[in-house]
Ligand binder design. Sequence first.
Ligand SMILES: [Zn+2]
Ligand SMILES: [Zn+2]
Length: 52
Amino acid sequence: MKCVSCHINLVSEDKFTKFPCPSCMEEEVVRCIKCRRRNSEYACTKCGFKGP
Ligand SMILES: [Zn+2]
Ligand SMILES: [Zn+2]
């Protein structure tokens, strides 16, 4: 599993957040805690939706 913002490899489960894409609701967006705190931009790999 990889952070969609910084593409870091996520190994430990408590260091990232996972939520369904608000646009298509089909793809799960995975972001590490660091990017979540920084409000880094993410893009859905399925529909291309970009959001903070
Ligand atoms: Zn990240
Ligand atoms: Zn999507």
